[in-house]
Design a protein around this ligand. Structure first.
Ligand code: SAM
Length: 267
């Protein structure tokens, strides 16, 4: 929809604010950008005021320079994961023959960022949820591999030993902490996309740490976004499994990145 005069944004923002929106101006701008005409805008505002989450309602989310397709019942990429995406770009750019995999991909924000930022990269993404896979396919270039897989189970065997960087945001919220999550996530995103399993929420991370080795080239990286308290626990587990581990601690959010390299020194 063409840009609207400020009063329209303010009117919509005040309706959103009255319904409890914290970022009412930003949300109003997204709704205006998404609507084809005034009638559709009114529909979108009403549905948002009634409690539908913003991104699945409009069908997209901004992630860095990208506008990614999202949909109902699928995890919406978080802005905090841009840090991991940029690290994956750096590691892929450093490779002579870059091949990147995003397991647990959801709508594939990390793979889409790498595909858009790295020359001649071969990109793959995988998830076990068909709805996520369909959206990942829309967000990735035509040549990308999009796979139905349970962690690494189901990936093409031809990928073994060829990947230079694996980057993932696995489900990592401990089951006991789901109640602390924002209501929109609890009510509208699948529990299986959020809860990591095990008392510490690290079951999926452990699966990646124990399973990634055979898929990587020597010196390839496994990058995982995890919660602040989980990073040292996962790093200890990874070192015990033979990885070199480096923790990128949280800076502006409560999450950081665990970087693992097999048989090589982390730069
Ligand atoms: C926290 S979301 C992250 C999605 C995406 N990487 C992002 O940052 O937006 C985790 C994703 O893992 C998927 N998932 C959960 N268990 C899985 C499993 N065993 N194998 C593959 N994918 C799984 C969920 O369907 C969900 O899309």
């Amino acid at each position: 929809m063409p840009s609207r005069p400020d009063p329209v944004i303010h009117v919509i923002a005040s309706r959103l604010r009255a319904a409890g929106s914290v970022f009412a101006e930003d949300e109003a701008a997204v709704l205006i950008e998404s609507a084809a005409d005034d009638a559709e805008l009114e529909q979108l505002v009403r549905r948002r005021v009634a409690g539908e989450p913003l991104e699945p309602l409009v069908g997209w989310v901004r992630f860095g320079a990208l506008r990614l397709a999202v949909g109902p019942g699928v995890f919406v990429p978080r802005q905090r994961s841009l840090r991991l995406a940029r690290l994956a770009v750096r590691r892929a750019r450093a490779a002579a023959v870059p091949v990147m995999l995003e397991p647990y991909c959801g709508v594939a924000p990390l793979a889409a960022t790498v595909a858009a930022s790295v020359d001649r990269v071969e990109v793959h993404a995988a998830d076990r949820d068909p709805a996520a896979i369909a959206l990942a396919r829309r967000n990735l270039p035509a040549g990308a591999g999009v796979h139905h897989a349970d962690a690494f189970d189901g990936l093409p065997r031809a990928l073994r030993g060829r990947i230079t960087v694996i980057a993932a945001v696995p489900p990592y919220v401990p089951g006991t902490e789901v109640g602390l999550m924002p209501r929109e996530a609890r009510d509208h995103e699948p529990t299986g996309a959020l809860v990591g399993g095990g008392a510490d929420g690290l079951d999926h991370a452990r699966r990646l740490i124990l399973g990634a080795g055979p898929w990587l080239v020597p010196g390839g990286s496994l990058l995982l976004e995890l919660g602040a308290r989980q990073l040292p626990v996962a790093a200890t587990r990874a070192r015990a499994a033979g990885w070199r581990a480096r923790v990128h601690p949280p800076n502006q959010s409560s999450t950081g990145v665990l970087e693992l390299v097999a048989g090589n020194t982390v730069a």
